[in-house]
Structures are given as structure tokens and as C-alpha cells.
Design a protein around this ligand. Structure first.
Ligand SMILES: [Mn+2]
Length: 199
């Protein structure tokens, strides 16, 4: 099988980012973003999505992490769209519930070719270890708008905000894994009655 890989570099005056992905990987990851809590969350995507992910980012962290987190979402989305290709033979839909102690999240994804985000997380704290939780929404908006997927994220319950975030990213990884997997009964077939998921 040919591995579905992509590397995208995106440079702006605010950030310089390179993302490399292998959707058919084993969860190997390397992150150098300067934002440790984001690295911890990206690691969940790799591990639970069985996606190899390498991200090197240099951003204007002297201002704050906003541009870096948003632009990593955008570049990750661009790399995902490039790696997934024509979507023939894949499952297309993916979903997962993931608990962590008292927290529970559900993520549902459709590799629809249309960007859409439903984002429902009521974080119990404004920051986790200095990381502004508002930025998760920026990350997922960036991802969705450039990967052209429909994504429903619900944190169903949770008290500890680290747990809330971690269950969301683990469920996102699990849902991605399911959606990108090949369904042998769909071999060579685009999983849409419209005949395309890219237009
Ligand atoms: Mn953790």
C-alpha cells in the first residue's frame, strides 16, 4: 500500500510552520512548536489517530500563542487535505467517545469536502498551565477551514480542564483514524452518492 503522506510549509510574517503527516503511520511524533501544552495535545492526535506527525513551528510567541496555535491548525489542515487525496475507499465518517476520569468528550467527523465546525466545550478554567483555552477553538477552525471537513466536538462533562482538553484531542485522533481508514468493501469507490468528496 502506498502511504498517504504530505509535507506542507506555510510562512507568514507571524509564523513559519512545517507539518509532515503520514495517515498510515504508527503514531510516531515529533513536535517543536514552543507551546508545550499544545505539543501534549498534538501528541494525542498522533498516538490515538495512528498518524505520524512532525510539526516544527516558529511563531511570534513574544506576543502570545494565538498566531502559532491558529496557524498550526491551518497548516495541519492543509497537510491533511493533501495526504488524504481523492478519498476513494475510505470510511469517510469517524466518531469516538473518550473518557478520562470525570471528563467525557465526543468527536464526530465527516471528510465531506465542506468546512464546518460545531464546537461545544465549556472549559472550567481560562488557562491550562499558561495556555489560553480559547486557542483550541482557533486551532480547530484553522484545521476545518483548510482540511474541508465537518467536525462536531462536544465535551459532554468534565471538571478538570486538562482532562476536558485531553479527551477532546484523544477523541479527535480516534475519530480521524476511523474516518481515514480503508474499508475493503469500498475499495476504489468514493463513499458518496454524489460521486465526489472534493467538489
Ligand atoms: Mn495530560
Amino acid at each position: 500500500m502506498t502511504m498517504r503522506t504530505a509535507t506542507v510549509t506555510r510562512n507568514t510574517l507571524e509564523t513559519q510552520i512545517t507539518v509532515s503527516l503520514n495517515l498510515d503511520g504508527t503514531g510516531h511524533s515529533h513536535f517543536d512548536t514552543g507551546v508545550p501544552f499544545l505539543d501534549h495535545m498534538l501528541d494525542q492526535i498522533a498516538r490515538h489517530g495512528l498518524i505520524d506527525i512532525e510539526i516544527v513551528a516558529k511563531g511570534d510567541l513574544h506576543i502570545d500563542a494565538h498566531h502559532t496555535v491558529e496557524d498550526i491548525g491551518i497548516t495541519f489542515g492543509q497537510a491533511f487535505a493533501k495526504a488524504i487525496g481523492d478519498k476513494k475507499g475510505i470510511r469517510r465518517y469517524g466518531h469516538a467517545y473518550v473518557p478520562l476520569d470525570e471528563a467525557l468528550s465526543r468527536v464526530v467527523i465527516d471528510l465531506s469536502g465542506r468546512p464546518g465546525l460545531q464546537y461545544h466545550i465549556d472549559f472550567t478554567r481560562a488557562a491550562i498551565g499558561g495556555f489560553d483555552v480559547d486557542l483550541f477553538s482557533e486551532f480547530f477552525h484553522g484545521f476545518v477551514n483548510h482540511s474541508m471537513v465537518t467536525l462536531h466536538i462536544d465535551n459532554l462533562r468534565g471538571v478538570n480542564s486538562h482532562h476536558q482538553a485531553e479527551t477532546v484531542f484523544k477523541a479527535f485522533g480516534r475519530a480521524l483514524r476511523m474516518a481515514v481508514e480503508f474499508d475493503e468493501r469500498m475499495a476504489g469507490v468514493t463513499p458518496s452518492t454524489k460521486g465526489t468528496l472534493t467538489a
